[in-house]
Ligand binder design. Structure first.
Ligand SMILES: NC(=O)c1ccc[n+]([C@@H]2O[C@H](COP(=O)([O-])OP(=O)(O)OC[C@H]3O[C@@H](n4cnc5c(N)ncnc54)[C@H](O)[C@@H]3O)[C@@H](O)[C@H]2O)c1
Length: 221
């Protein structure tokens, strides 16, 4: 494919896994083509945005035909490097962390939680949904051993920075941070912060100040 992934705007790139998951499902059902309306309904992104995003992928939908599923799938696989599994470690096997261990990410793409860590001795040495729980003291050694490059942080916020420092030592380059703490990391490390309270507040704000007009609603429905 002749399109460099780096040429895709970040906002579009963020939607790639969403598209990929849906297109992959269509492909496994034997579907050959998909319309932007169908996509829009499934991934909850308006169809104008989808058309613009897909033009970056070199996929031009044809009227009355839609998009070619095979083309898109190949593009997404290549761009997302889906043939290569990314090993992920989960830090903090509490309420949220345990739920993630039970959720099988592998169903959707090639990221896999291969190990978990906690400081609570009663959790260390257990196995949750087939994933071993180690002591946080061993994070550097274990993560290096299995080539883990990404970590999900579901620890109390007071522990976040200390753990981030250990993760750097372990060679982690991506952190999905569910704690409310802002963490400092070197420039080469990417942190994505997921704050459910902020997301919820933002939804309520948008509902209040930017009610969807009927046309938009129709596109989203
Ligand atoms: N539960 C939710 O719905 C929710 C939602 C959004 C964000 N969060 C955030 O996610 C984080 C986890 O929430 P939770 O409800 O799962 O908390 P929790 O108290 O149930 O779990 C935290 C886990 O981290 C472990 N831990 C503590 N210090 C550690 C350390 N230094 N090293 C390794 N493990 C350590 C604890 O033993 C525990 O198992 C919090 O920062 C919380 O604010 C939680």
């Amino acid at each position: 494919m002749d399109i460099e992934p780096t040429k895709i705007p970040q906002a579009t790139a963020k939607r790639l896994p969403l598209y990929y998951r849906f297109i992959n499902n269509l492909h496994s059902k034997g579907k050959q083509r998909v319309s932007s309306k169908e996509l829009s309904e499934a991934v909850k992104v308006d169809s104008a945005t989808i058309r613009r995003d897909f033009s970056y992928f070199g996929a031009l939908g044809k009227k009355g035909y839609g998009y070619n599923v095979n083309y898109l799938l190949n593009f997404f696989r290549e761009t997302l490097d889906q043939d290569e599994t990314t090993n992920v470690a989960l830090i903090g096997v509490g309420n949220l962390g345990t739920a993630f261990l039970h959720y099988n990410f592998k169903k959707n793409n090639n990221t896999k939680i291969v190990m978990a860590f906690d400081s609570d001795e009663s959790k260390v040495g257990t196995n949750i949904a087939g994933i071993p729980v180690y002591h946080i003291h061993d994070v550097v050694e274990k993560a290096k051993e299995q080539n883990v490059s990404v970590a999900i942080m579901t620890v109390p916020s007071f522990a976040a920075q200390g753990i981030a420092d250990q993760l750097m030592e372990a060679g982690i380059i991506g952190i999905l941070n569910f704690t409310p703490a802002r963490i400092s990391v070197p420039n080469h490390v990417r942190v994505h912060h997921i704050d459910l309270a902020v997301e919820l507040q933002s939804l309520v704000y948008f509902l209040k100040h930017y009610p969807l007009d009927e046309e938009e609603q129709e596109e989203l429905e």
